[in-house]
Design a protein around this ligand. Structure first.
Ligand SMILES: Nc1ncnc2c1ncn2[C@@H]1O[C@H](COP(=O)(O)OP(=O)(O)OP(=O)(O)O)[C@@H](O)[C@H]1O
Ligand SMILES: [Mg+2]
Length: 232
């Protein structure tokens, strides 16, 4: 469904993406891992049209995303939760949730969200900025689900979240995936990546350097150490 081919992107003169290629198949949870600063977020932004690709392309169900303005990308069925969540702190939870809709949310749209995130329903009038980190992450994910995406792109959803709550986020991602939504997940938390991803890409210096199933990667501590600098 998502095909990224030889994507290049620069900030000024610095070429941050030097030919990124990856695929997300229908129904899959795919992980994109790598050290700080290797270009994970930039890859996601280039897919979403938030950073212009200087060469290569990203296509989604046959649609070339690279030529689209950023605000047109979500309508093709892609939800994006940016690193740091992108909540509007001065808007209420309710305003944040339904921001992407052109009209008032239907009862069905509200039910879809509140069945999954009952905690948010209790906080509808609270300002987004006053939510806890975990609640903001839920709000950011819920805001995407309102738009009923086919693919959800998550940039470090467990960053800054208490270890005890990481398990919850993991299970939410799994549940969302079970409803037929594919996931592209950038993640520093190796345990989370291993537990929920089927395929994992490792990135270094603006390019993909390794692709394997999560199960295979688990058996390659040398690869994990080389590209992530940590033990599995
Ligand atoms: N707006 C920008 N202008 C200039 N350079 C940038 C900009 N955004 C990112 N960079 C640089 O591009 C490189 C890749 O950044 P990116 O945010 O994609 O990395 P990342 O893999 O997501 O890192 P992290 O794990 O820390 O989130 C870094 O060297 C970063 O400093
Ligand atoms: Mg990043």
């Amino acid at each position: 469904m998502l095909e990224v081919r030889d994507l290049h992107a620069s900030y000024g003169k610095v070429e941050v993406l030097q030919g990124v290629s990856l695929d997300v198949a229908d129904g899959e949870i795919v992980g994109l891992l790598g050290r700080n600063g290797v270009g994970k977020t930039t890859t996601l932004k280039a897919i979403m049209g938030l950073v212009r690709a200087s060469a290569g392309r990203a296509t989604f169900d046959g649609v070339d995303l690279t030529g689209l303005a950023a605000h047109r990308v979500p309508a093709h069925g892609i939800g994006y939760v940016p690193q740091g969540r992108g909540i509007f702190p001065n808007l209420t939870v309710e305003e944040n949730l339904f921001l992407g809709l052109r009209s008032e949310p239907s009862a069905q749209q509200r039910a879809l969200i509140f069945d999954r995130f009952p905690q948010l329903q209790e906080r509808l009038t609270q300002k987004g900025g006053t939510l806890s980190g975990g609640e903001q992450q839920q709000l950011a994910i819920a805001r995407c689900l309102v738009m009923q995406p086919k693919l959800l792109i998550l940039d470090e959803p467990t960053e800054g979240i208490m270890p005890i709550l990481i398990k919850e986020i993991r299970s939410e991602i799994r549940k969302i995936n079970k409803t037929g939504v594919s996931i592209l997940l950038v993640e520093q938390n190796l345990v989370t990546a291993f537990k929920i991803c089927s395929v994992i890409y490792l990135m270094e210096k603006g390019a993909i350097v390794h692709r394997s199933s999560a199960a295979d990667l688990k058996t390659q501590p040398d690869v994990i150490h080389r590209y992530l600098g940590m033990a599995a």
